[in-house]
Design a binder for this molecule. Structure first.
Ligand SMILES: [Zn+2]
Length: 97
């Protein structure tokens, strides 16, 4: 498992794919760095493949578009999260126990 997006069930329309670049996030091993970046707060817009970890406020990035119901893993704080649709249709993540 390298991509934070877990157990992708491709039932619906194909997902948009994204090329991830290393943004210098150094709290995880080099091979995982491109899957995370620091969040600049509310003015920092998130792409369709990104969601903010509610625990450590790091942006989790997948090579694929994220959708509500997706499970993602935040390596920096080792949280398992579920993607939900928040206010205004924006994607948010909530902790999965
Ligand atoms: Zn986290």
């Amino acid at each position: 498992m390298t991509d934070p997006l877990l157990e992708q069930a491709e039932k619906a329309a194909p997902r948009q794919r994204f090329i991830l670049e290393d943004t210098g996030f150094d709290e995880v091993p080099v091979k995982y760095r491109r899957f995370y970046r620091r969040w600049g707060g509310p003015p920092d817009p998130l792409a369709p493949n990104e969601v903010v970890c509610p625990v450590c406020k790091v942006v989790i990035r997948s090579t694929r578009e994220l959708r509500p119901g997706d499970r993602v893993y935040c390596m920096p704080c080792m949280s398992r999260l579920i993607v939900i649709e928040g206010e205004g249709g924006r994607l948010e993540a909530t902790v999965s126990y």
